[in-house]
Unconditional design. Structure first.
Length: 255
């Protein structure tokens, strides 16, 4: 699933054609809102969306009833809040200079953010002890137990962490436990949004976005070119058919 946001009905229809032709089985949208999702789904049924979601990033929860209604899977990226919900990082200094890492500038790693995260993790840890689960496992189990159509995708570079994350699927939380976590914490949405806006304006991200736009532009130009070639081919075939009919008509008159 690509992360380039596609804005027009023609694109939705194009995906529908690809599905009908058997070239793709499904399609999805990254970082969508309800209005955009419903508009796209009305033209070509959406299979999956991918948005940020974690214990401290819940502003997309208005999409949960929509996903349930339309039968759409929600893929949650950054389910561990970029590592904050593991409890492993107690200072932004843990990430070095920050030249190759965005996390030092993220709100959850500010002095206030770390304090609030620890307050949340205190509750999470207490519940986790009953289930012999780590903070990371609890963070994943929390959303899995909340919604049966959600798939968290935590990043991992080590095999043992991958195994630990996988085992989060075996942690069964009661509704009261989920509610206790829900009631404890809601992160400052505006702080997150401002941070992500600032991240998008960094030279590295601007370079990435430029490459994506060029890729999409080239793809669209190729599609236009291919369509023109199809039109030319069809015109040529029509002309040949017309000539064959004229020849047959002449032969009929000679008989």
């Amino acid at each position: 699933m690509g992360t380039i946001k596609l804005q027009n009905i023609r694109t939705y229809s194009y995906h529908g054609c690809l599905i009908e032709e058997g070239k793709i089985k499904a399609w999805g949208i990254s970082e969508t809102n309800e209005e955009y999702l419903r508009r796209a789904h009305a033209v070509c049924p959406v299979t999956v969306i991918e948005n940020r979601y974690s214990m401290m990033a819940r502003w997309h929860e208005n999409l949960m009833p929509v996903c349930k209604e339309l039968g759409i899977t929600y893929v949650a990226f950054s389910p561990l809040a970029n590592g904050a919900l593991t409890g492993a990082y107690q200072s932004k200094k843990a990430f070095g200079s920050g030249e190759q890492d965005f996390r030092p500038d993220m709100p959850q790693y500010s002095e206030e953010g770390i304090k609030k995260t620890n307050e949340l993790l205190e509750v999470v840890s207490q519940i986790g002890e009953k289930h012999h689960a780590t903070n990371a496992q609890m963070s994943l189990a929390w959303m899995i137990n909340k919604y049966d159509f959600i798939i968290p995708i935590p990043g991992s570079r080590k095999l043992d962490r991958l195994q630990s994350n996988f085992e989060a699927g075996n942690v069964e939380l009661g509704q009261e436990e989920v509610k206790t976590i829900d009631d404890k914490y809601m992160f400052n949405t505006s702080a997150y949004e401002e941070n992500e806006k600032n991240i998008r304006n960094t030279p590295l991200v601007e370079k990435i976005e430029k490459s994506k736009n060029e890729m999409y532009s080239n793809s669209e130009n190729k599609e236009i070119k291919d369509n023109k070639q199809i039109e030319i081919k069809n015109d040529e075939e029509s002309q040949l058919l017309k000539e064959k009919i004229e020849i047959l008509e002449k032969e009929k008159r000679l008989l």
